[in-house]
Design a protein around this ligand. Structure first.
Ligand code: MG
Length: 457
């Protein structure tokens, strides 16, 4: 049974993901990692307590003590794991809607498990776990102060004086997620005047869906305008991602923020790691820095595995990330961290207005389509159609085809990518070009081919 997707274990609660899954994965993780204690945290989801209890039961049943962190961002759990050299289980469905939940597994170094380690946990799931005797059953203990310690680590790792002396006003929208308990405080500690929206932890997500995208961030844009803020910051449910709004109230594309950070970070000879939906902006930034690009399949697990491999080979990877606001600064920690990313953007905004920080990386248009499938047959037919469309584009239009994850077609001035989602019953289509029409045409063409195949099933 394959239960690990591109971002760990995740699904609709009560259908694809039930407490018994959490028990089994926790048991398998504790055994695989040979852990005698494991930290457990969760985001704000309504089902987080239930799954946290299931994870704790699974861990204790195979003899591991449980350190219960409570509600915290994923990067806060990761910081705790690294500090205490203890593995961790994060109960979260990240950016997915409230109906979802899932698990992320963290190693003793605070890094999410790589593909190899997840394969070992998965293999362990196939056998019956050897349960501890009653005397050896693990014990549960509450751990306090994890969120405060996390904020202190971020504060110590950024240019606090530069940010404070710029006297910035920051609007923050944690989307009712775990970041509600850390980011407003952190930004105030950085010397910013803080305004908030959707900042009460609430697993029903009444204000907006957990995914921080332009469509869900209308409240934040309005707050930036009304409050005359210098920057707007939004997180997903577990606050490992950060998306931004500039001082005019305009949405900043994830790729533009990533490009600005990469331009500030990359030197010649270094390597930038990203997924196959890499923006042309990042190709340009990397080229002008004299750095290399390494592409991976989409999903944090693949980026982490690649970053680790490059570091082991002696390469320097100062920054890595995807267009969705999930950014790694491996010199700080191999973890996506929404609050740390926000602080790094504030370092840039302390120098010049946010709109000017990202201006060199604007002017590209991204179009994205989600195509649902209801059955395995539909999914298979849709994937087949992607391959046929790619072959046709290669022969007829001279597009370069990359099959690292789905099919990416590069036309020189534009690209289109189609791939099955790792977490939802969807085929995702992405396109990017200098003009909206060009990107839209490519996405429409690819989506049309895929939908026609679905209709034919
Ligand atoms: Mg997340």
């Amino acid at each position: 049974m394959e239960i690990f997707g591109s971002s760990g274990v995740r699904g609709v609660v009560g259908e694809e993901f039930v407490p018994a899954d959490a028990v089994r994965v926790a048991q398998a993780a504790a055994v695989t990692l040979e852990a005698d204690r494991v930290a457990v945290a969760r985001d704000t989801r309504r089902t987080g307590g239930m799954f946290g209890d299931a994870v704790a039961s699974g861990l204790a049943s195979v003899g591991a003590d449980v350190q219960r962190v409570g509600v915290a961002p994923t990067p806060a759990l990761q910081a705790y794991c690294a500090r205490e050299a203890v593995p961790g289980v994060m109960v979260t469905a990240s950016h997915n809607p409230g109906a979802f939940n899932g698990l992320k597994l963290v190693g003793r170094d605070g890094v999410e498990l790589t593909s190899d380690a997840l394969d070992r946990v998965e293999a362990q799931l196939n056998g019956a776990p050897s349960l501890a005797t009653w005397q050896e059953t693990g014990e549960s203990q509450r751990v306090a102060g994890v969120r405060r310690a996390y904020r202190e680590e971020v504060l110590a790792a950024v240019d606090r004086d530069a940010i404070a002396s710029a006297e910035l006003t920051v609007a923050v929208d944690p989307g009712h997620g775990a970041g509600a308990l850390t980011s407003p405080d952190l930004l105030a500690e950085l010397g910013c005047t803080v305004q908030t929206v959707n900042a009460q932890p609430d697993g029903q997500f009444p204000g907006r869906d957990p995914e921080p995208v332009a469509e869900t961030l209308g409240d934040l844009r309005a707050l930036v305008r009304a409050g005359d803020a210098d920057l707007g910051v939004a997180h997903d449910g577990d606050a490992d991602r950060a998306m931004f709004v500039d001082e005019t109230g305009a949405h900043i594309e994830g790729a533009a923020a990533l490009a600005a950070l990469a331009a500030a970070e990359l030197d010649a000879g270094e390597t930038f790691v990203s997924a196959v939906n890499l923006s042309q902006r990042l190709v340009d930034v990397t080229e002008s820095a004299g750095a290399d690009v390494e592409l991976t399949p989409i999903g944090s697990t693949h980026l982490i595995t690649t970053i680790r491999g490059l570091q082991a080979a002696g390469e320097t990877v100062p920054i890595a990330g995807e267009n969705n606001g999930g950014i790694f600064f491996p010199g700080y920690r191999i973890a996506r961290d929404g609050a740390y990313t926000a602080a790094r953007v504030l370092e840039l905004v302390a120098e010049q207005p946010a709109s000017e920080v990202v201006a060199p990386y604007e002017g590209y248009h991204n179009v994205r389509r989600n195509l649902h499938h209801r059955t395995g047959d539909e999914r298979a037919a849709m994937i087949e159609a992607i391959g046929r469309a790619a072959n046709e584009a290669a022969t007829e239009d001279g597009a370069a085809v990359d099959r690292t994850d789905g099919c990416r077609l590069d036309y020189g001035d534009a690209w289109v990518l189609a791939r099955p989602s790792g977490t939802e019953p969807l085929i995702r289509v992405y396109a990017e070009a200098r003009s909206h029409d060009r990107a839209d045409d490519l996405a429409t063409w690819m989506a049309g081919r895929i939908e026609a195949a679905r209709e034919g099933v």
